[in-house]
Design a protein around this ligand. Structure first.
Ligand code: KG4
Ligand code: ZN
Length: 344
């Protein structure tokens, strides 16, 4: 394992949820090639990710995605020094497809196998994108499955500060979008619908925002939108909302969700004394979130790194965190397993 940084090349695989992704990254964090095969079209009619459909699609996609990544990277498998794979957390069936592919490559090529924690990788996307030292920092991961704050003392030294006690923020965006009859995935749909809407039209709850504990709750916000639309305790009925009505509800919901994310991140910085915040995960692609977070950073004077749009949603480039494990000699045996529920 003495490949020089510049010539070191790692193949990273990502299949934790519904994106099949691979990338080749060098020891100097240069991305030689990256491919993401989205399954959005397959899950859209169900209004959410169907785990069984996701794992089957990963099976179909994984080899073509790896081939295309190598082609774009202008390398062959023989040029690869290590195989990295996100084996935690995520959907068990989805994780298994990436893990088996990675193990097979590691075994046949006789190259080391490296485990990637998908949540840590979301934060590391900031380091890959900005090529700056980001540690120590507070890390906010805000995605379809997770909404958590971490103290990140190093790339492989994360401590959970707190997370959601019910829904993840992305899940709330997806469910509210479905209530409004907007297409999946809900985050981008809500953002689009909210354009031109009045964020103050309705006062939806900002749960836990005024408590000290570093926790999130989006279930009450989601229910408040439901009651607003359908009335308390009533059966859902098909609504015929006008575009301006949808815009106001979407903007007011988005504003409440963003206020919680920004507010709790500020509390995390104050409570830990850290002066850098890194943000990753699909919801970090939200333009209102980025705007409000950037304004807060200006006002309070902390360093802010938000992963660029292409690295917010799931991708394999953020698997570059495997380089840190490579350098620390942290390799895995071929009986490595998936850890679907791990959040630390
Ligand atoms: O990180 P990600 O791609 O997958 C998970 O690990 O969950 O995040 C997907 C989530 C979905 O809930 C999606 O609706 C949300 O990120 N999302 C957004 C936006 N783009 C994606 N939420 C709000 N605004 C967006 N622009
Ligand atoms: Zn993710």
């Amino acid at each position: 394992m003495t490949a020089d940084s510049r010539s070191l090349k790692i193949l990273t695989l990502e299949t934790t949820c519904d994106e099949t992704a691979a990338a080749v990254i060098t020891g100097s964090l240069e991305v030689l090639g990256s491919v993401v095969a989205s399954q959005d079209a397959l899950h859209e009619k169900f209004g959410g990710v169907v785990p069984e459909i996701a794992s089957r699609a990963h099976l179909e996609n994984i080899l073509p995605v790896i081939d295309e990544t190598l082609r774009r990277s202008k390398v062959t498998l023989n040029d690869i020094d290590a195989i990295a794979v996100a084996n935690m957390p995520g959907l068990a069936g989805s994780l298994l497809v990436g893990l088996i592919a990675a193990k097979t490559l590691a075994l046949t090529l006789q190259k080391p196998l490296i485990a990637v924690n998908h949540l840590q990788a979301h934060i590391y996307a900031c380091k890959v994108a900005f090529k700056e030292e980001i540690f120590p920092c507070a890390g906010l991961i805000v995605s379809g499955g997770h909404t958590s704050l971490y103290r990140c003392d190093g790339a492989i030294d994360f401590t959970l500060l707190g997370g959601t006690i019910d829904d993840a923020a992305g899940e709330a965006f997806d469910k509210v979008a479905a209530m409004l009859g907007l297409p999946f995935p809900g985050g981008p749909s809500i953002q689009r619908a909210a354009t031109g809407g009045n964020p103050k039209a309705f006062s939806f709850p900002r749960s836990l925002l005024h408590e000290e504990r570093l926790a999130f709750s989006f279930s009450g916000l989601k229910t408040a939108v439901r009651y607003h639309l359908f009335g308390q305790g009533k059966m859902e009925k098909v609504l015929s909302l006008t575009e301006p009505e949808i815009a106001d509800i979407a903007a007011s919901f988005q504003e409440a969700a963003v206020d919680c994310l920004v507010g709790k991140s500020l509390q995390a910085l104050t409570q830990t004394g850290l002066s850098t915040l890194c943000v990753g995960g699909g919801v970090a692609a939200n333009s209102r979130f980025r705007q409000k977070m950037e304004a807060a950073a200006q006002e309070k004077g902390f360093r802010l790194f938000i992963a660029p749009l292409a690295l917010c949603t799931d991708n394999a480039v953020m698997g570059a965190i495997a380089l840190e494990r490579y350098r620390a000699g942290l390799f895995e045996p071929l009986d490595l397993d998936v850890l679907p529920g791990l959040v630390r």
